[in-house]
Design a protein around this ligand. Structure first.
Ligand code: NDP
Ligand code: MG
Length: 388
């Protein structure tokens, strides 16, 4: 029998991480957990360690790493260095970190020529051009998307060239405010925004889904993953969330991938493509579906989607500004410091304030802009707090 593939799971304690752990539970001869990393969730990491005694561990937060070390008796790595060390030692990396912290481990995995199942969309939004360059320089490395829409497109494309593609159609559930009139958006509370109608996910992506920034980030993610111009990437609201995305080919054919809204499906696919392994999950019954509806998004009600297209089309460091500002503003909304409508206002403010870095794009410039946008967004939040 072949040796199991060793998996480094970044973001092991999160929503993607838990789904990935279930996938490897179902395929424990095919995969072994080489390592698990998270930010500071000591209890969950201790549980993972009990289930996978040989797995190496890392926590970004140094004090939490020491605490986990005491509980498990294992050496626990800490900080970004810890994450990067784990990434360099395994066969396959699943990046389920949330936010821009996912960027450096992705780059490291590419440099080490790893197979990468990528859920962390912020990596591509922030530094898509740099990731593409790194992939060119390290042809052994491969990224397979975990995000359900991109995984669907990846399956529909099945390696076809971009010249055969007319449009990518990214579906969106529309989130909890799909039918809420625009004049009621000023009254949206944190509880309302965390109440996603279909998917159960981490807090940041749940708020991004409510503002439709998640779809905006996914448009940018698709642009970099599949090398398709923004003009050919469309968003279709599809409340049932059964069609995970579609590709319109130049011969008029439309290919779609359908399935239950369960992230374990794209996770397994990204880990094993082009093979398909058995997965214990709900099967879609066509007679049960009855209706599949699709319609155009409302860009006025959801300005985050327009801002993402605008930043994507402008290129350069604009998507890094968008991403960094969004992270700070979403976090402030989660802490109930700003209103839901302050999220797009704050992003627009940061995009106007942070100047473009001209000349060749590199990681230093991206990190500089990321830092500046965060500082600007924090100032915006403080000002809002004084005014209320
Ligand atoms: P969660 O908030 O549920 O989990 C985030 C994970 O990242 C946790 O393990 C957290 O650790 C860890 N983490 C956060 N910051 C750091 C850090 N600085 N260093 C190390 N680890 C860190 O997020 P999700 O699982 O929902 O999302 C993960 C990514 O996948 C996001 O980019 C999201 O956009 C994408 N995605 C998620 C989907 C979903 O269904 N959830 C669907 C499609 C894409 P700790 O618990 O210790 O804080
Ligand atoms: Mg998605």
């Amino acid at each position: 029998m072949c040796e199991p593939e060793s998996l480094c799971l970044l973001g092991a304690t999160g929503s993607i991480g838990c789904s990935a752990l279930d996938v490897i539970r179902q395929h424990n001869r095919r995969f072994s957990l080489h390592s698990a990393a998270a930010h500071s969730n000591v209890q969950k990491m201790a549980e993972i360690s009990r289930e996978h005694p040989n797995a190496k561990l890392a926590l970004f937060d140094k004090n939490s790493a020491l605490e986990l070390q005491k509980i498990t008796g294992k050496n626990v790595l800490a900080g970004m260095d810890g994450l990067l060390e784990l990434v360099s030692e395994c066969d396959l990396v699943l990046n389920g970190l949330t936010g821009s912290v996912g960027c450096e481990p992705t780059l490291k995995a590419i440099e080490c020529g790893k197979k990468i199942a990528l859920a962390n969309k912020e990596t591509l939004v922030m530094a898509g051009a740099i990731i593409k360059e790194a992939l060119k320089k390290n042809p052994a490395a491969k990224i397979t998307p975990v995000d359900s829409e991109h995984n669907a497109i990846f399956q529909c494309l099945a390696g076809r060239g971009t010249e055969e593609v007319e449009n990518l159609l990214i579906t969106a559930s529309g989130g909890p405010f799909r039918e809420l009139p625009a004049e009621k958006f000023s009254q949206i509370t944190l509880k309302d925004a965390l109440n996603h109608p279909v998917w159960s996910m981490g807090k940041k992506i749940t708020i991004d889904s409510a503002s439709m920034m998640n779809k905006g980030l996914e448009v940018i993610e698709a642009h970099f993953l599949f090398d398709i111009p923004y003009e050919q990437i469309k968003v279709a609201i599809h409340p049932q969330s059964i069609v995970h995305s579609l590709v319109q080919f130049r011969d008029g054919s439309l290919m779609a991938q359908l399935g239950a809204p369960d992230m374990r499906i794209p996770i397994l696919c990204a880990m094993t493509f082009p093979e398909r392994l058995f997965l214990e999950t709900k099967r879609i019954s066509l007679p049960e579906i009855q209706n599949l509806t699709f319609y155009e998004p409302d860009f006025k009600k959801f300005p985050c989607l327009s801002l993402a297209y605008k930043a994507g089309k402008a290129g350069g460091t604009r998507t890094a500004v968008l991403n960094a500002a969004n992270e700070i503003l979403v976090n402030a909304f989660i802490q109930e410091k700003i209103s839901f409508l302050d999220i797009p206002h704050g992003i627009e403010h940061c995009l106007a304030k942070i100047e473009e870095q001209h000349g060749e794009l590199n990681l230093e410039k991206i990190l500089f802009v990321d830092f500046s946008a965060r500082e600007e967004a924090k100032k915006f939040v403080e000002k809002k707090c004084w005014n209320t």
